[in-house]
Each structure stands twice: as structure tokens, then as C-alpha cells.
Design a binder for this molecule. Structure first.
Ligand code: FO1
Length: 331
């Protein structure tokens, strides 16, 4: 088995369900103190008087071992007393909030109202769930993804859950991003001279990663770092692993391909991990500007997740070895 010798921090940019799988793999092979997970908060919204943070919760529940692994979001062993009582009252039931999950949203909303930051509240949630690595919101300031569609401008969860991604996508807006401050812990980690790598998870680039990259100064901070930046493609065999990524790409007039993902992150990433089924893409990618590795990216179980995490880290260490000549990985 590969022994990973480099100990510097690894910053992982993630959305919810797809990103959480690799987050779990990374957390199983890295020392918890070396993993910082940056969660997209563009999917957050105010609903029934509560602040819901789906990607933070998906990451925290997954790493805490309490996630509903069938659907990817929400908690295992959920009950629906709240939802059925709400339905009896004629309330809004299009967004499912399980009884246990509801406690998270209530506790977070109470703490936000008392002035606590989302970073601190998330740290508290993680600690209660036994998550030992850091999960950080991309910002403590609210950023809300709006989807411009054939049915008008929609709040993200209205588009995604209520309208089942049916309206045709014309574009996205990240409301509040221009005024939001990136999480200071993230900026500090990116300027750490011992930074090992930045990994962009196999999340939807347009709705899960772009809101993070839209924060003022974040792109500049990423472009300044010497450590390698690697993206894991969310496309397998010309199809999205999960969710509406492929449909969105088609509606935006983009080809559903690894090349398109590379183009999206052009000028930012040093390497891309593609699935073995997409090896034909390797010939088309300009390898002078970017390194490509093919590996099995479909993660069905914990061993798949750990294996992909090890391979991605090994690729990152190879890239930093190439740049600096410093040996970092040993078989
Ligand atoms: N996704 C759904 O498709 N339907 C739901 O009712 C739903 C409820 C929900 C509640 C809490 C939570 O943290 C996530 C929830 N999700 C639900 C998932 C979520 O809307 C999306 O997966 C993400 O926002 C996309 O990354």
C-alpha cells in the first residue's frame, strides 16, 4: 500500500452528495489535522423560518457516519412526524426535513440569530458528530445561488428540489458573493507554505464549485499558491455521475465531456483526474498546460473512496515533486 509521507494541509473544495464521497475517502487516509474541507454554501436557503445548509450538513453527516447513504443527503434512521404534522396543517412540504435533521436546522438558526458565525456553528455540529477534520463554510456571509431558467429566476432549492431541475437553465447568479468575505481560515490555509495540495471534488462545477471561486480574492489566492491544484472530473463516460450536471451542461450549450470540465477550470488547475472510461479524452487534452491521470472515479463503497483519495494525493505529490524536486511519496 502507498504510504503518504507529506503531512502539509490539503484543502478540499466540495459540494454536497458527490463531493462528500471523496471527502470521506480523504478523511480515511489523511490525518484529520491535515484535511480542510471547504463547503459550498450557495445551496443554502431560508425555509420555514430556518437556515438550511445542505452541503455542510451532507458533508458533516457523511463524515460523522450518520448520513442516509441511499439518498446521499439527510440522516439515516429518519422519521417524518414533523413533515406529516406540517402536511396536516397545510404547510409547505416540497422540501423534506426529517425529524432528526430538523434539530440541526433549528439549532443552527437559533445560534445564527444569537450572532454566532456559521463557521463556529459548523465546528460545533462536527464536534458533536465526531468529525475530526475541519469542515468550513466557504464564507460566513450569505451567498445564495439563483438559477436563471426558462421559467424565470429561481432560488436554487426551488429549481433543484421543488421544480425537479425541469426548467431549462440559462445561467447562474451567486447573490451576495461580491460582498461576501471568504472564510479567513481557508485563506490562511492557502497561504500556508506547507500546503500540500488543493483538490476540487467531483462536484458540479457550475453550482457547487463556482460559488466558492466567485468569492472576492479566492481565485487570486488559488493562483498564488505553489502547491498543485487538482480537479476530479464529475463526468464518467460522457455522463454525469449523479444529479443534473449533464442536463445543465447541455442546456448551457456545452458538451458533456471531460474536455469541457478542463476548459472550465483552465488557468486554475495543474492536473485533472478522469475516469478510466474517459481515457479517449486524454488524447484531446493539451498536456503541456495540464497533467491528466485516469483512475476509477466511481465510488460505490468506502474502499473505492479511500483508493481514489490515495491515488489523487499521490498524483498531487507527483505534481509538487515535478515542480520542486522534493520527494513526497514512497511506495
Ligand atoms: N433533496 C431533494 O431532492 N429533496 C429534498 O426534499 C431534500 C431535502 C433536503 C433536506 C436537507 C438537506 O440537507 C438536503 C436536502 N436535499 C433534498 C438535498 C439538497 O437539496 C441537494 O442535494 C443539494 O442542495 C445539492 O447539492
Amino acid at each position: 500500500m502507498t504510504k503518504l509521507l507529506r503531512e502539509g494541509p490539503c484543502v478540499y473544495l466540495s459540494g454536497g452528495v458527490g463531493g462528500a464521497k471523496l471527502a470521506l475517502g480523504l478523511s480515511s487516509v489523511l490525518d484529520p489535522s491535515s484535511l480542510m474541507i471547504v463547503a459550498n454554501t450557495g445551496d443554502d436557503f431560508e425555509h420555514l423560518g430556518l437556515t438550511i445548509c445542505p452541503d455542510i450538513d451532507t458533508l458533516a453527516y457523511t463524515l460523522g457516519g450518520v448520513a442516509n447513504t441511499d439518498q446521499g443527503w439527510g440522516r439515516e434512521d429518519e422519521t417524518d412526524s414533523f413533515m406529516s404534522a406540517l402536511a396536516d396543517l397545510g404547510g409547505e412540504t416540497w422540501f423534506f426535513l426529517g425529524d432528526r435533521d430538523l434539530a440541526t436546522h433549528i439549532e443552527r438558526s437559533v445560534r445564527l440569530a444569537s450572532g454566532e458565525t456559521l463557521t463556529s456553528i459548523t465546528a460545533g455540529l462536527c464536534s458533536r458528530l465526531g468529525v475530526r477534520c475541519q469542515i468550513l463554510p466557504m464564507s460566513d456571509d450569505p451567498v445564495r445561488t439563483l438559477v436563471n431558467t426558462s421559467s424565470g429566476l429561481l432560488e436554487f432549492q426551488h429549481y433543484f428540489v421543488r421544480d425537479r431541475c425541469e426548467p431549462r437553465v440559462l445561467g447562474f447568479r451567486f447573490m451576495g458573493a461580491e460582498q461576501a468575505e471568504p472564510n479567513a481560515h481557508v485563506l490562511r490555509a492557502l497561504s500556508d507554505s506547507t500546503l500540500r495540495c488543493v483538490i476540487i471534488g467531483p462536484s458540479n462545477p457550475y453550482i457547487s464549485i463556482d460559488p466558492i471561486l466567485a468569492l472576492p480574492g479566492l481565485m487570486e489566492a488559488l493562483k498564488d499558491i505553489k502547491a498543485p491544484i487538482i480537479a476530479v472530473s464529475p463526468i464518467i463516460s460522457g455522463r454525469a455521475i449523479k444529479g443534473p450536471t449533464a442536463k445543465m451542461m447541455r442546456e448551457l450549450g456545452l458538451s458533456v465531456s471531460v474536455q469541457q470540465i478542463v476548459k472550465h477550470y483552465e488557468g486554475l488547475i495543474d492536473g485533472i483526474v478522469v475516469d478510466t472510461s474517459d481515457v479517449s479524452a486524454l488524447d484531446i487534452i493539451d498536456k503541456d498546460s495540464i497533467e491528466v491521470r485516469s483512475m476509477r472515479t466511481l465510488m460505490s463503497n468506502l474502499e473505492d473512496r479511500a483508493e481514489l483519495a490515495r491515488s489523487v494525493l499521490k498524483f498531487a505529490d507527483y505534481l509538487s515533486y515535478k515542480c520542486t524536486g522534493a520527494l513526497s511519496v514512497q511506495e
